[in-house]
Design a protein around this ligand. Structure first.
Ligand SMILES: Cc1cc2c(cc1C)N(C[C@H](O)[C@H](O)[C@H](O)COP(=O)(O)O)c1[nH]c(=O)[nH]c(=O)c1N2
Length: 219
C-alpha cells in the first residue's frame, strides 16, 4: 500500500494534535463500534517476538471509576508532598486526571509470561515486553485522536488500587489507566506547558548526529 500526500498529512495532523486530556471531557456516550476500533488499533501495536503481552480492561461503571478516583486522590496528595514551595502550590493547581468526567476508562496490562521464558528480542533486554505494551497505549492514543476522542494517561495511582478495583490477576503488570471521552475542545499545546509547569524542548536539543553531543542549553 502506498499512502498519498493527503493521507500522510492526516497522520501528522493526528500526531501533532493529540493531547493528554484531563479537563475537557464530555459525558457523551462512545458508540461500541468506536470502542472496538480503538481496541483493535491498540491490539495491532508492534510487540517483541510478536508476544502481544497486553490485555485491555474496559471500564464504564461509575462505581468502579469512583474507587479509582479515590485512589488517585490519595496518590496525588502523596505526590504533591514531594514538591516544595511554589512548585507544590502549582502542582496542586493542576488537573491531572479526568476519571469521573470521561465515560470510558481503559486499563492496559502486560502478561510478562505470555509466550514463555525465552522470547525472541527480549533475551538481552527483559523489559521489552513492557515497552511493547506501551506501544499499544500509543496506538490507542492516536486512534482515539483520529476518532475525535480525548485520552488522558493517569499514572498517579498505586497499582494495588487497580488490582483490587478491576480484579486483575497478580501475575499481570499494570501499564496504565486511561480516561477516554469526547471533548469540548482539544488544546493546541500541552496542559503542562500552558500552565507553566514544563515547556517543550527545542527539537535541536533532542537530535544528535553520529554521537551524543551536549548542547549548551542542556548543561
Ligand atoms: C507514561 C505517561 C504517564 C503520564 C502521562 C504521560 C505519559 C506518557 N501524562 C501526560 C503528560 O503530562 C503529557 O503527555 C505531557 O504533558 C505532554 O502533553 P500532551 O500529551 O502532548 O498533551 C499524565 N498526565 C496527567 O495529567 N496525569 C498523569 O498521571 C500522567 N501520566
Amino acid at each position: 500500500m502506498h499512502f498519498t500526500e493527503q493521507e500522510r498529512e492526516t497522520l501528522y495532523k493526528v500526531i501533532f494534535n493529540r493531547r493528554d486530556v484531563r479537563r475537557e471531557f464530555l459525558p457523551d456516550p462512545i458508540p461500541e463500534a468506536v470502542i472496538q476500533r480503538l481496541l483493535k488499533a491498540a491490539h495491532h501495536a508492534p510487540s517483541v517476538g510478536f508476544m502481544q503481552p497486553w490485555d485491555f480492561i474496559v471500564i464504564t461503571q461509575s462505581d468502579t471509576r469512583r474507587r479509582i478516583k479515590e485512589g488517585f486522590e490519595t496518590a496525588n496528595r502523596e505526590s504533591a508532598d514531594l514538591f516544595d514551595g511554589e512548585r507544590k502550590t502549582k502542582y496542586q493547581s493542576l488537573k491531572l486526571e479526568g476519571i469521573m468526567e470521561a465515560p470510558l476508562g481503559i486499563c492496559i496490562t502486560c502478561d510478562r509470561q505470555r509466550t514463555g521464558n525465552v522470547v525472541l528480542g527480549k533475551t538481552i533486554k527483559p523489559e521489552m515486553d513492557l515497552f511493547s505494551a506501551v506501544c499499544a497505549a500509543q496506538n490507542l492514543w492516536l486512534a482515539a485522536r483520529a476518532e475525535n476522542l480525548g485520552m488522558g494517561w493517569v499514572s498517579i495511582l498505586h497499582d494495588d488500587v487497580l488490582y483490587e478495583a478491576l480484579g486483575i490477576p497478580e501475575h499481570l503488570e499494570i501499564i496504565g489507566y486511561f480516561c477516554i471521552g469526547y471533548v469540548s475542545e482539544f488544546q493546541p499545546s500541552p496542559e503542562l506547558e500552558k500552565y507553566g509547569w514544563q515547556s517543550r524542548r527545542d527539537i535541536s536539543q533532542a537530535i544528535h548526529y553520529e554521537k551524543w553531543s551536549n548542547t549548551e542549553k542542556d548543561q
